[in-house]
Design a protein around this ligand. Structure first.
Ligand code: FRU
Length: 492
């Protein structure tokens, strides 16, 4: 009996049906992670934007719930965030119970106006009441969106801070509030990158460098579309300081050089959350301690998201990345963002240590439908290797490794997919070979190289990978360690 094809990912959240994009309102509350998301309740295309809802106790197994915030004839509900208003500063608590507050963009159905609104939940995030006084913040702008709110405590006092964007102006705007209902302007970051796309879905949060509580930096995340390094949508980060009013980068941030229409030099010099094509609009959870800063992103790209074949059995488009715990580490004399993915429990299937791979004699291994592959490859001078993912019939993707770089070629598996999907991505590596952890799921790969400081996320063709090959293309390639692990209890 042929198993029916599985067309939704197994360890990445996707809705049962319809369209989804950005994660919204990420919050850990009462022992549960809540994931709201940009959702079309009416179809598998972007439209009628509302907040879908799912929750999880472990960031891996998600349960989908009814739509949390619905579009109206006047507004769509665009991206935003959620906080626990523990002291009921908003006064929106019911019966003395502190509420959860969601902060989001009210996008006029006319397309000509975006302002920020709030809603409150008295039942831990299941149901939400729109605030009667919406909008709570209006700049009279058509492109003011994606508010991320957090509680600031520092020398300047204690208050709520909102980070949002003037998307078309490429500017991050910061506001403060005592009650989440009245907002006062703090400062701007930008405008910058005048030759590129819009800015979306910012986030701003503190992280200790190498775990040192006396060296806390602030990380500003900005999603850019188009203008991502790998083409289309992408997300950069800047490390700096925040004094409660203003974000100041630690070092000058590259900007578009005069005469460089494409901004290519700027893009290559920025710090990127991800070097792949399918990690966009990532933001972090509220309600967690600072040393458990956790990000989830939309695993797609505006360049082709709407043209991808919908999954079945009910038409569905869009999935999230794995959740990633963030930290700052010093690597190669620089401070870098490190991402540590949260996956399911795994059991080892195959382990190889200390093996030479010669050209013409590939190592061919079975790969389970959900796999974590830990791989340390050593390359001699001028050597190069290929990692092939396939389903027996043909490769779905080829990863090429040479000194200082991994590239991922998914053109090989792109037949029948939108033209823009056929692409090759490049991930800079520490010299000497490859030290990486790969997470494979149905239709995606996430590469965490160099201890999670170099990350590449790509959607792959809609086929379940069953085979993993290590090939030497030239020179001497040594497998120091290769461990294939299967997601426990996960079946295609
Ligand atoms: C980012 C984005 C946001 C907006 C939302 C609309 O992907 O464009 O700026 O709020 O999607 O769905």
């Amino acid at each position: 009996l042929e198993a029916s094809p599985v067309t939704r990912p197994l360890i990445h959240f996707s809705s049962a049906r319809n369209w989804l994009n950005d994660p919204n309102g990420l919050i850990f509350h009462d022992g549960r992670y809540h994931l709201y998301f940009q959702y079309n309740p009416n179809g598998a295309e972007h439209g009628y934007m509302s907040w879908g809802h799912a929750s999880s106790r472990d960031l891996v197994r998600w349960e989908e719930h009814p739509v949390a915030l619905r579009y109206t004839s006047e507004h769509e509900i665009f991206s935003g965030s959620a906080v626990f208003d523990a002291r009921d500063t908003s006064g929106l608590g019911v019966d003395g119970q502190p509420p959860l507050i969601a902060v989001f963009t009210l996008a006029d159905q006319t397309g000509g106006h975006q302002s920020q609104g709030i809603a409150s939940s008295a039942d831990g995030g299941e149901t939400w009441a729109m605030h009667a006084g919406n909008p709570v913040l209006d700049r009279g702008s058509a492109d003011f969106r994606d508010p991320k709110v957090f509680r600031y405590t520092g020398a300047a006092g204690e208050y709520w801070v909102m980070v949002a964007v003037e998307a078309v102006e490429r500017k991050v705007v910061l506001y403060r509030s005592a009650d989440l209902r009245h907002w006062e302007f703090l400062s701007d970051y930008g405008p910058r990158g005048t030759a590129l796309g819009v800015w979306e879905c910012p986030d701003l949060f503190p992280l200790a460098v190498d775990g040192d509580p006396d060296d806390v930096r602030w990380v500003l995340i900005i999603s850019m579309n188009p203008g991502g390094l790998a083409g289309g949508s992408g997300t950069m980060y800047v490390i700096g300081s925040f004094d409660g009013v203003r974000f100041v980068p630690d070092a000058p941030v590259p900007d578009v050089a005069p005469g460089d229409e494409t901004g290519a030099a700027e893009l290559a010099a920025l710090d990127w959350i991800d070097y792949g094509r399918d990690c966009y609009a990532g933001v972090t959870f509220s309600g967690l301690p600072d040393d458990e800063r956790t990000l989830i992103a939309w695993m797609s790209n505006w360049e082709y998201a709407g043209a991808m074949p919908p999954a079945g059995p009910e038409p569905q488009r869009g999935a999230m990345t794995l959740a990633r715990r963030l930290s700052l580490v010093t690597a190669g004399g620089r401070i870098r963002l490190r991402q540590d993915p949260v996956g399911p429990a795994v059991v080892p299937i195959v382990a190889i240590t200390g093996a030479e791979v010669r050209p013409g004699a590939p190592r061919i291994l079975d790969a389970p439908p959900v796999a974590r592959i830990r791989l340390r490859l050593r390359l001699d001078d001028g050597a190069s290797a290929e990692l092939r993912l396939g389903d027996g019939a043909a490769p779905i993707a080829i990863l090429r490794v040479r000194d200082g770089e991994l590239s991922l070629d998914r053109r090989v598996g792109a037949a029948g997919l939108p033209e823009a999907f056929g692409s090759v991505e490049h991930l800079p590596l520490q010299p000497g070979g490859l030290d990486a952890m790969l997470w494979l799921d149905h239709g995606s790969i996430e590469v965490f190289a160099d201890d999670g400081t170099a990350v590449l996320t790509d959607r792959l063709a809609d086929r379940t990978c069953s085979r993993f090959e290590v090939r030497a293309v030239s020179g001497s390639v040594r497998i120091d360690e290769l461990v294939v692990e299967a997601g426990e209890g996960l079946q295609a």
